[in-house]
Design a protein around this ligand. Structure first.
Ligand SMILES: [Cu+2]
Length: 258
């Protein structure tokens, strides 16, 4: 359970009734003053309980350092780093986290090339080209097609299963992009130095870290390590990377009759 949820539930179920009972007999004439006292007491109690919970290890947030290197020892940028549950209970989406995203189409390209969303997220497919696109996914877990759309926006897509979704367009073979459907909001991306900081909520013993990139050819078991905040996780890839994404934007006016 996340810290804010713990605090909110305790405030609602325990401290507000408790503090009301305490402050009631004080016979404050001014209701406003009594309300202020209750508010202060509940806030102090909630923060105290949150700190106690963290100290007791029932909730925690840790930063996991991750480094990804190619087979020559060079850093690999733009690798997606995901936290995954090792138990049957999947990680949960933290309160207030983003659940609606956009995948744009412009200059006959998808933008972004790689989009990471939590499972259950809604993705709106935009079209900023003057031509129509026909987006599809043949991915096992999230199969869909968005028939020709130009000025009319297609229905949003809700991604119900974790996994990698490969997007294509039936009209423009060059168009490709990926949607990584993650267990939760807990993910990061390596920078130009091949490093990422992954913030993880929960018990690290129950969490593993997975890396993914469309460039990586290594076997899946080499791409997962147990979470650890004690030392950086170092992923040393063994197979040659696929070429880096190097899109060639095309003026969609050339395709306007479609
Ligand atoms: Cu297209």
């Amino acid at each position: 359970m996340f810290r804010n949820q713990v605090q909110d539930r305790c405030v609602e179920r325990i401290f507000i009734p408790l503090c009301s009972a305490i402050s009631g007999p004080l016979h404050y004439r001014a209701n406003a003053r009594r309300t202020a006292v209750i508010r202060t007491l509940t806030q102090l109690c909630a923060y105290g309980l949150g700190a106690m919970a963290v100290c007791a290890g029932t909730v925690s947030a840790a930063i996991i350092d991750v480094a990804v290197l190619d087979r020559a020892g060079n850093p690999v940028a733009d690798v997606i780093v995901l936290a995954e549950s090792k138990t049957e209970e999947p990680l949960t989406l933290g309160a207030g986290q983003q659940t609606t995203f956009e995948m744009d189409q412009q200059n006959l390209l998808f933008d972004p090339y790689v989009l990471v969303v939590p499972v259950g997220a809604t993705v709106n497919f935009l079209n900023n080209d003057t031509t129509a696109h026909h987006v599809y996914s043949f991915s096992k877990t999230n199969r869909f097609a968005l028939p020709l759309h130009k000025s009319r926006a297609p229905d949003p897509v809700v991604f119900q299963s974790t996994g990698i979704v490969t997007l294509g367009c039936n009209i423009h073979d060059n168009m490709v992009a990926y949607i990584v459907v993650a267990e939760s909001h807990q993910h990061a991306r390596t920078d130009s130095s091949g490093n990422a900081k992954l913030t993880v909520d929960g018990d690290l013993d129950d969490i593993q870290v997975r890396i993914w990139s469309p460039r990586i050819r290594d076997k899946q078991n080499l791409l997962v390590q147990d979470a650890s905040a004690a030392a950086p996780l170092r992923f040393a890839l063994k197979k040659k990377l696929k070429p880096a994404y190097n899109p060639q934007p095309i003026d969609s006016a050339e395709w306007e009759e479609y």
